[in-house]
Design a protein around this ligand. Structure first.
Ligand code: AMP
Ligand code: ZN
Length: 114
């Protein structure tokens, strides 16, 4: 996807602050962090929203969650706690149209989310 910001990061045309990478996912610091740790995990394959996942993505979704666990360990929030969130479409506030998992931690969070 030529006009997709996160595809440009995957291809290296834009260089994010990378935290973790493997053959299927890329994790980097959010440019506008909402917590002391705020990392985004994106699949290297372009998928627009959570609604676009299907059975062919089952392993990839698992990779995204395992990457969240890895990022939490690397950034020191695994034991204190963290939140892993996917925003889907307008009501959730999705603003980048390439699916991503937010990993937030390093502070106490409220529930329900705003
Ligand atoms: P969402 O609102 O769930 O679509 O999340 C998109 C996230 O991407 C927001 O938290 C933004 O701060 C973040 N973001 C936007 N542009 C960049 C960028 N160039 N580098 C890192 N994160 C970004
Ligand atoms: Zn993309």
């Amino acid at each position: 996807m030529q006009d997709c910001l996160f595809c440009k990061m995957v291809s290296g045309h834009i260089k994010p602050d990378i935290v973790y990478e493997n053959s299927q996912v890329l994790a980097f610091h959010d440019i506008n962090p909402q917590a002391p740790v705020h990392v985004l995990i994106v699949p290297k394959q372009h998928i627009t929203t959570l609604n676009d996942l299907d059975g062919s993505h089952t392993a990839l979704v698992g990779e995204m969650l395992l990457a969240a666990q890895e990022v939490a360990q690397q950034t020191g929030i695994a034991d204190s706690g963290y939140r892993a969130v996917v925003n889907c479409n307008a009501d959730a506030g999705q603003s980048v149209w390439h699916i991503h998992l937010h990993v937030l931690g390093g502070r106490r969070m409220g529930w329900p989310p705003g």
